[in-house]
Ligand binder design. Structure first.
Ligand SMILES: [Zn+2]
Length: 441
């Protein structure tokens, strides 16, 4: 029954009886570490058998078939797949359930728990497929007639969550994910009206300006770290001992990242809780200490530490950028976080202006000189017109009152209205004013 909390448990218990009654007939595969894997593994009604010889598999299938028939259930050979590897090569060994052949994976690839299994035994095909799907998704978002910020929202809450599961289950190297992120970034820049020269720190960094978009690389690292910890720190000893090494290429390894994060957290424990800001002792938000944290909290702490490390790397990169990293040298910088609510209230051009002004990529005469070789001097005072000069530093504009002109125009309108009101009120007869006055207590 859909939504019933007991029926899955009852089903699992019944399946457990069948699995236990069948698995004792053969021994499981023995790993190099000397550990023996269970011959049958199951998730609800999906079952996987893994043995080391053909005879064992046939024996196991026979026993399973007998027990399943005893329980009045049925296997569907057409929905099952078999794969046989001898000395690292695929062989066409066919297995049968009650004289019905099970198709080979090489004949008919199969998808289980969101993951495709095919004869290549590699994930490079899936990697290419993921790239194609991502680009297809980006193009279809791009083709809609929505404004840029809504396209960004579609990416953040529609496309990115769909990419997370393939990134978790397939062995995709870091370099491929970075390449994918560059493609995603190019679309984000297009939608927000930003120049192509803006670095990724401007989009995903949390330094001067924080946008509500997630970086694909950061999310990938977090999912891999989470997966690594789920496997290596599982409560099941079998999973813990047989946890595979997650292949993510040579550039970045989840196991190393987890070790680094753990040592940083242990160091944090030694340092203790430090007071940030101007609040009194104990008024700041406290985080759970590493040695007291439960396994779930530890996983969260490690993931947040990985995010923290990513941000630190971005900051280090920003310092080396002389132009777009100028904000790193600003004193008393007020960190600004743009939420989705802020974006809804802004015009598209305003969002673009804020980002471009923060990272100094607006078409100021100085920048235009650098990009296209145009005259870099200010049209008013003939000094080099940088962003700072244009926005706050032009002496001519200051003396002519150009900076305050707009502000003063608004004040002028307010003053005219107030003055009009004052004159009308003063022109009223005195007794009329008395009646309007509130009674004195
Ligand atoms: Zn000037």
């Amino acid at each position: 029954m859909a939504g019933c909390t007991i029926s899955p448990l009852a089903f699992t218990m019944a399946m457990e009886v069948i699995i236990r009654a069948s698995k004792w007939v053969v021994g499981g595969e023995r790993l190099q570490s000397g550990q023996r894997l269970p011959p049958i593994r199951a998730y609800m009604d999906d079952m996987t058998t893994l043995t080391s010889t053909i005879a064992c598999t046939k024996h196991l299938l026979g026993k399973l078939q007998a027990n399943i028939t005893w329980a009045r259930m049925k296997f569907k050979p057409s929905k099952s797949r078999s794969i046989s590897i001898v000395k690292g090569k695929l062989v066409d060994q066919r297995f049968y359930i009650k004289d019905t052949p099970i198709p080979l994976v090489s004949e008919l690839p199969v998808k289980s728990l969101g993951r495709w299994y095919n004869a290549s035994l590699k994930d490079s095909d899936q990697c290419d497929q993921l790239r194609e799907e991502t680009i297809k998704g980006l193009v279809s978002i791009d083709k809609t007639l929505l404004p840029g910020k809504l396209k960004l929202w579609c990416l953040q809450f529609g496309l990115l969550p769909r990419l997370m599961w393939p990134l978790t289950v397939y062995e995709i190297p870091m370099t491929k994910v970075e390449k994918l992120e560059r493609t995603v970034s190019s679309y984000i820049k297009k939608w927000l009206g930003l120049p192509r020269c803006l670095s990724n720190i401007g989009l995903y960094g949390h330094g001067a300006l924080e946008l509500p978009v997630s970086s694909l690389t950061e999310e990938y690292k977090c999912t891999k770290v989470r997966l690594n910890m789920t496997l290596t720190e599982s409560q099941d000893g079998m999973i813990q001992a047989a946890a595979p090494r997650l292949a993510t290429g040579r550039k970045w390894m989840p196991s190393e990242a987890v070790q680094q994060a753990k040592s940083a957290l242990r160091h944090g424990d030694i340092v203790g809780q430090v007071q940030h800001g101007r609040g009194g002792f104990g008024l700041g938000a406290s985080r759970p200490t590493w040695h007291k944290a439960t396994s779930t909290q530890r996983r969260k702490l490690v993931v947040s530490q990985v995010r923290h490390q990513e941000e630190a790397d971005r900051c280090a990169k920003a310092v080396s950028q002389s132009k777009q990293g100028q904000w790193t040298s600003w004193e008393n910088l007020e960190h600004r976080k743009l939420t989705w609510k802020d974006l809804w209230e802004m015009e598209g051009r305003q969002i673009s202006f804020i980002i471009r002004a923060t990272y100094d990529v607006l078409p100021t005469p100085k920048n235009l000189h650098q990009w296209f070789g145009e005259d870099p001097s200010c049209a008013l005072c003939q000094t080099p017109a940088t962003l700072r000069h244009i926005l706050t530093g032009c002496k001519t504009s200051l003396s002519q009152g150009r900076y305050t002109w707009r502000h003063n125009q608004v004040l002028r309108q307010l003053a005219i209205t107030l003055e009009g009101r004052r004159t009308t009120n003063n022109a009223l007869p005195p007794q009329c004013l008395d009646t309007q006055r509130p009674p004195l207590l």
